[in-house]
Design a protein around this ligand. Structure first.
Ligand code: HH2
Length: 301
């Protein structure tokens, strides 16, 4: 059994500074919110993801990449079997299950690092939890499948409620907001209420503003700059700017695999402005970025 990073590895004085913070339990491990940013490594078992599509489609390659990310410092592995890139087509339940379940089963057998299932289908989330997933990540904020909240409640696992405007197919067609942060907060608040009405415990709810999901460059930047206002809702916050196209745009049109430095800047902003979990492709690099950004954040308290 491979061991991931310690759930809480900051020095004792840091723990004392945040002793009033609530903790979050993922896959039986207890994490003290605000003591250290958790790094979620992205594992796409898809042929068409925007950054790593096709790379980890074969079962062995996907499992190997998952184990490598754990060695590199991932606290959570987020496994997805359907691309959500702008313009992408949905895949069937059967296809998605075929892609993710064997990978979840094997990683669950070989490591104690919590596994998250990135899906908007309740049946996929259900089967994934039975196969060992300890967290559900739903990019539709529980709106895509009416049974999703009940599945999360039944398994008693943390659930990420992400903001999206539209669907992956149409979300980047001139997204418009009267009041960006207020609209995102309202969507997330309703999602949290929906989850709790279905029986999800408040401490199992994680919110995400959905960088790139129905957002222009200006929207993405405003979200990152004003994350604190979303964090003020007092739920743990997950943010996923990794390698996204706004970073390419800001750095002269670089392709996804050359957006590591830009991602580092975005991850630093996320952490300083209130993220508790960051979802990244470049685990080794961003785990180091998080160590430094966390230390700066602690120094300001
Ligand atoms: N972004 C992507 C997918 N899932 N989940 C959350 N909670 N937050 C995000 O920002 C987020 C997400 C898109 O990135 P990626 O998985 O790399 O690409 P693709 O959807 O093309 O597979």
């Amino acid at each position: 059994m491979r061991k991931g990073p310690e759930p809480f590895s900051s020095p004792p004085h840091a723990a004392a500074a945040f002793q009033n913070s609530p903790s979050m339990i993922i896959g039986g491990k207890s994490y003290l919110i605000s003591s250290r940013t958790l790094v979620m490594g992205i594992l796409n078992t898809t042929p068409d993801s925007f950054s790593d599509g096709g790379l980890f489609q074969v079962h062995e390659a996907a499992v190997a990449r998952g184990l490598a990310m754990i060695e590199e410092g991932a606290d959570i592995i987020d496994i997805g079997g359907e691309s959500t890139r702008p313009g992408s087509d949905p895949v069937s339940v059967e296809e998605e299950l075929e892609r993710v379940i064997p990978v979840i089963e094997e990683l669950h057998r070989t490591t104690d690092t919590p596994i998250s299932i990135d899906t908007s289908k309740a049946r996929v989330a259900d089967e994934a939890c039975k196969a060992g997933a300890a967290m559900i990540n739903d990019i539709t904020g529980l709106r895509g499948d009416a049974d999703m909240a009940a599945v999360a409640a039944r398994h008693g696992v943390p659930v990420v409620i992400m903001h999206i405007k539209g669907t992956p197919r149409d979300m980047q067609r001139e997204p418009y907001y009267e009041s960006l942060i207020e609209e995102i907060c309202a969507f997330l608040r309703e999602g949290a209420e929906l989850a709790m009405a279905a029986g999800v415990k408040r401490e199992n709810i994680i919110l995400d503003p959905g960088i790139g999901f129905g957002k222009t460059l200006a929207h993405n930047l405003e979200i990152l700059a004003r994350l604190g206002e979303i964090r003020a809702m007092e739920y743990p916050l997950l943010v996923g700017p990794s390698r996204k196209s706004f970073i390419g745009t800001l750095t002269g049109g670089l392709p996804p695999e050359q957006r590591v430095e830009g991602t580092a800047a975005a991850i630093t902003a996320c952490i300083l402005n209130g993220a508790d979990i960051v979802r990244v492709h470049d685990v080794r690099e961003m785990a180091r970025v998080a160590q430094v950004a966390d230390a700066i954040k602690r120094a300001g308290r």
